[in-house]
Design a binder for this molecule. Structure first.
Ligand code: HEM
Length: 497
């Protein structure tokens, strides 16, 4: 994929309206409905009564219900409303479906439900658009680009650190860790996407996005999309908030386009996206496609990393001896200067702490695919239209593949030379998949890891985050795995820092 030094005029299309996106969402959902043959042999699973009771009590989307499905190994079945769900708990089966059969599967119903906001960005789109647009977005995540984002990640974290200093000076030491980490990662994704010079707009977009997500997280479900057919006040508010967000994004795209046409050389992701061209057709992303990709990056990149960081602070608060072990590294690497992207490769213990935290508390806790064709798996014929699930949460805690599976042991990620190595725990492939697989693997994985490591080390050098009741925090599975109460905590300056 190439980028031209200056943007040509963007293909002249209009952004779709939210009403149009809602109609397309319903269409995409209808397409996923496939009548299944009767009387086929299904794997074992919870009884119909248990499933019915889980639906009635709202437990069907809980970790416990998924745990019940995953406890029946290697494959289990449950019919939940119109959905035929198969849960896979064996790494080889997960590999078979999510990596090898990549091209035979489609996005799940749950992901389709995010279309009113995300449109047809690379998280939701299907082939061939997905492949084309992913290769246009990819240059924004090249190692060279990520190196330039590193400075922004550290600068944003230092701004948070100085806000904490101001708070502590006034005697205010109480924070909600999730809230602080969410503000930080939104700041980082906003600035790396749109550029540091757009401070005011970054704030505006963050406010508009918070309004959309805060009010409508429950609408981001297949049932929510059905409810949006009715002219309720909720529907009207959703439409108004998304329209506001769309207007901000449209303005940012137009401004960036103008900067490029004026010969400036901005280095943010949006500038890269605008300039990316398909090598065969010479075509770039249209305004509507840019809008969808921008929304997708903000949404996919913000809460996931915030959760990874929040869970990590919690684990360090629960395990003081590990906190001291990683502090030794923070007091050595780049001690007298700001950290930068080149330090990430030296911060082995920090990387191990982040990996171990994501093993036990994976921000993306479940992934699913819809079958486009019939397949045969573990002796079962699984008809097209079925949904196949794999849970990072259960696989990454499975004692068959992890020694001391439930203990927080970052050192398992270090090799004999004390260096971070993803293979060091000796787990089989597909027993560890925090970022998914194959053509749908997270495009922001290196971005997220650099961000988590730099933010943790930059803050951890100067601050201790002490969770008020670390044992009381329970995982809440929403779109991502959130710490239930947001982790109330106290911040304490580290002695001598
Ligand atoms: C710790 C943080 C993160 C975690 C755990 C995570 C996890 C994941 C997972 C599991 C998938 C695959 C979903 C599936 O197969 O259905 C995914 C996809 C994706 N992620 Fe991330 N992610 C993180 C951070 C980010 C960041 C920082 C960005 C962008 C700035 C990002 C952008 C995306 C996009 C665009 C996709 C869709 C890729 C495609 O389908 O081609 N993610 N992520």
């Amino acid at each position: 994929m190439t980028t031209t030094p200056n943007a040509q005029a963007l293909p002249n299309d209009q952004m779709l309206t939210i009403e149009q996106r809602l109609a397309l969402t319903r269409e995409a959902m209808v397409q996923l409905r496939v009548k299944q043959p009767k009387g086929i042999r299904r794997p074992p699973g919870p009884s119909r009564r248990r499933v019915a009771s889980a639906i009635l009590t709202g437990r069907v989307t809980s970790l416990a219900f998924m745990g019940e499905l995953c406890s029946i190994k290697p494959i289990s079945f449950a019919r939940v409303g119109p959905e035929n769900l198969y849960a896979l708990s064996d790494p080889e089966l997960v590999w078979e479906v999510f990596a090898k059969l990549d091209g035979t599967t489609r996005r799940s119903m749950a992901l389709q439900a995010t279309r009113p906001i995300l449109g047809n960005g690379i998280l939701t789109s299907e082939e061939p658009e997905h492949k084309r647009n992913r290769s246009l977005v990819q240059p924004a995540f090249s190692p060279r680009r990520i190196a330039t984002y590193g400075d922004q990640m550290v600068a944003a974290t230092q701004r948070l650190s100085s806000q904490w200093r101001d708070r502590v000076r006034t005697g205010d030491t109480g924070i909600l860790v999730s809230e602080q980490m969410s503000d930080l990662t939104l700041d980082i994704v906003g600035r790396t996407l749109f550029g540091a010079d757009l401070t005011g707009d970054a704030v505006e977009i963050s406010e508009a996005l918070t309004a959309v997500l805060g009010r409508f997280s429950r609408m981001l479900s297949p049932a929510g999309v059905v409810l949006l057919r009715f002219p309720t006040p909720t529907r009207r508010r959703l439409i108004e908030s998304v329209e506001r967000l769309d207007a901000v994004v449209a303005r940012l795209i137009a401004q960036k386009q103008a900067q490029l046409l004026a010969g400036e050389d901005p280095t943010d992701m949006l500038a890269v996206l605008i300039q990316a061209r398909d090598p065969e057709s010479g075509q770039g992303l249209s305004v509507n496609e840019l809008r969808d990709e921008v929304m997708t990056l903000v949404l996919a990149g913000h809460e996931t990393t915030a959760n990874a960081l929040s869970w990590t602070w919690l684990e360090l608060s629960r395990h003081r001896e590990i906190r001291r072990w990683v502090e030794e590294e923070w007091d050595t690497v780049g001690q007298d200067r700001s950290l930068g992207i080149d330090d990430v490769g030296q911060l082995h213990r920090t990387r191990a702490v982040v990996a171990e935290s994501m093993r036990l508390n994976p921000p993306a806790w479940i992934i699913s695919r819809r079958l486009r064709e019939d397949i045969s798996l573990d002796g079962y014929n699984i008809p097209k239209g079925s949904t196949l699930l794999a849970s990072q949460y259960y696989m990454q805690r499975d004692p068959r593949y992890w020694t001391d599976a439930s203990s927080f042991t970052p050192s398992r990620w270090l090799n004999d030379d004390g260096e971070f190595d993803e293979k060091a725990p000796g787990q089989p492939r597909a027993a560890w998949f925090p970022f998914g697989f194959a053509s749908r693997k997270c495009i922001g994985d290196r971005f997220a890891l650099a961000e988590a490591v730099l933010a943790l080390a930059t803050l951890g050098r100067d601050w201790e985050v002490v969770a008020s009741a670390p044992r009381d925090v329970i995982p809440v599975p929403a779109v991502t795995l959130r710490p239930g109460n947001g982790i109330p905590a106290r911040i304490r300056p580290r002695i001598g820092h």
